[in-house]
Design a protein around this ligand. Structure first.
Ligand SMILES: [Fe+2]
Ligand SMILES: [Fe+2]
Length: 345
């Protein structure tokens, strides 16, 4: 069924939170944080705000030296992963408002707005990394790889096609496909790249970049939880949309994404990176996919994969005290991420 963008001015909207719905509700658009239905969303908002960080505060001078000493395989992986991340974060910054137009719960709109802002900060951080670490020529090459590398072009097109399908045909089903695509992007697509950087970090290389990636991952984990919350609520409120056939289609999207991520991870590392063999990449992505599906209450795709093949990655990415699962987190555990000196800004 076709759905319409929420009205901008809606004096006949419902203030009663009991009538609020994630999609298809009659919202006034008024943000009243003392009158919310989705309590998790206001907690999420505060967690996201407390994660604020400034890329330029991470020193990268040593990374510029390390970059010159990377092996050619490592440097190629580094460049291609940054190129893919640049694409993903730019795409998210541009597309999230398209989704937000159809979300009819102000407390959730607030979170998507902060997410959009954070994706922009991530884009800023890649610009900063490229300015600091490599020459202007290499920087230009990296910015162009998303369309010049055929593997990357194909991947990027697959993701964008899913988003565009909703923009061209705004139906309930296409909105759910877009929500699922977001969940997959936040929960699967970043992870081969992240683990590559942690592999470098474990060897003491590119530690500034690794710090930036850790800040980014902390944000992405809240984005993943946000879309998990959205999907769960939409499913509760619209059980008729989740027919066995449609649910199977959503699982199929995850299967395709896992296959793409595995072949991407293997392509960029060429089995040449210490600690990140082809086999480990395959097991890791399948393992992550099972975790993601369980969180949505969907049947897992790879029941044979039950063990995390790179447990050290979790401890690495947790060095900043990152909570990996928002919904299992106690409300009071968040704390300010950095002491910022506002006078200097
Ligand atoms: Fe991001
Ligand atoms: Fe994100």
């Amino acid at each position: 069924m076709e759905i319409h963008k929420k009205k901008l001015f809606n004096e006949l909207g419902d203030r009663d939170w009991g009538k609020r719905r994630i999609i298809g509700g009659n919202t006034t658009n008024l943000i009243e944080l003392n009158n919310v239905k989705y309590d998790w969303a206001t907690r999420m908002y505060r967690t996201m705000m407390n994660n604020f960080w400034i890329p330029e505060e991470v020193p990268l001078a040593q990374d510029a030296k390390d970059y010159k000493n990377l092996s050619s395989a490592e440097r190629q992986s580094y460049d291609k992963i940054i190129s893919f991340l640049i694409f993903l974060d730019s795409l998210q910054t541009t597309n999230l408002p398209n989704i937000n137009d159809f979300i009819t719960a102000p407390e959730v709109n607030l979170c998507i707005t902060v997410q959009t802002f954070q994706e922009a900060v991530h884009s800023q951080s890649y610009s900063y990394i490229l300015d600091s670490v490599c020459s202007a020529d290499v920087r230009d090459q990296i910015y162009n790889q998303w369309r010049e590398d055929q593997h990357l072009l194909k991947r990027n097109r697959f993701i964008t096609d899913l988003y565009e399908r909703f923009i061209e045909q705004p139906t309930e089903e296409n909105l759910l496909r877009t929500i699922m695509a977001n969940y997959i992007l936040e929960g699967i697509y970043f992870y081969s790249g992240f683990s590559f950087f942690y592999c470098l970090g474990r060897q003491g290389k590119m530690l500034g970049t690794v710090s930036v990636i850790k800040y980014i991952q902390r944000d992405e984990l809240t984005h993943l939880s946000l879309f998990q919350g959205i999907m769960r609520e939409v499913r509760k409120e619209n059980p008729h949309l989740f027919t066995p056939q449609f649910t199977e289609e959503l699982r199929g999207m995850m299967r395709t994404a896992v296959e793409h991520e595995i072949s991407w991870g293997q392509y960029i590392t060429q089995n040449q990176i210490e600690g990140l063999s082809d086999e480990i990449i395959e097991l890791y992505i399948k393992y992550l996919s099972n975790q993601r599906m369980q969180k949505l209450g969907f049947e897992v795709l790879y029941p044979e994969v039950t063990e995390h093949p790179m447990k050290w990655v979790e401890s690495f990415s947790n060095m900043n005290g990152i909570k990996t699962d928002f919904f299992e987190q106690k409300v009071t555990t968040y704390s300010k991420s950095a002491n910022l000196n506002w006078d200097e800004l």
